[in-house]
Design a protein around this ligand. Sequence first.
Ligand code: OAD
Length: 255
Amino acid sequence: MLPFSDILVERLAAAKHVAVLTGAGISAESGVPTFRDPDGLWQQFRPEELANVEAFLNNPVLVQSWYAHRRAVVEEVLPNPGHHALAELERMVCERGGDFLLATQNVDGLHARAGSERLIELHGTLTRSYCIGCRRPASEDELAAIESGETAMCPSCGGLLRPDVVWFGEMLPEGAMECAAEAAASCNVFLSVGTSAVVYPAAGLPLIARENGAYVAEINPQRSDIASRLSEHVAGKAGEVLPRLLEAVRDYVGT
Ligand code: OAD
């Protein structure tokens, strides 16, 4: 038995415009820890200790080494069938002349590696760093040359190097949320995949879509706090559900 409804398949097959929000859950099957699950990152560290600018200025080595560790984890892993299915969904929608947008809260770069192109990284990316003094992007070689335990500094101005991610209390990249909100407001189907939907403004996107009449499905083994306000909850892992959903849409279109 399929874990999703026929309505979701029919709506997705007919949708002119599809928008998707992903969170850490989609990368769980690649081996990247989520934030709030029992073995998640925030069980080991509190966000206020590591993911804000004060923590960084108080203890740059600690924060830089935590991000260096996370970068090393994502370099070792591969996109999973969930990431690939979303890249495939984008191609399917665009080929039939529709619009597609994937907004991710993830900083792991796995959607881009899977081939997603209409992609907005709402919380930035681990794959880039920059100097807080002169704003110059740091090259991979510069980062790799820093010995563990040393503070990472800009070779040009001596400023601290930080990851190009959004920390608590910081603004999202310019225009990112506006673009994602516009896609949510105008789509016919919205998928909310692998997110606990507790960090705003990203968590508001499925609700914007619902308020504007889209069919909104959540794909997550657990019900999020906003699940009851959406059209459908699909209980399952993204890497299993998304490929089956795509196959069901293809079968439906082919019939
Ligand atoms: P969370 O760790 O809060 O939530 C992960 C969600 O994924 C949970 O609801 C899980 O039930 C679900 N999940 C786990 N395995 C899954 C799987 N295989 N398939 C589908 N779902 C699965 O992560 P986010 O919602 O991404 O922000 O967290 C949002 C933001 O909070 C992050 O971007 C980060 C964090 O603080 C910043 O750092 C700014």
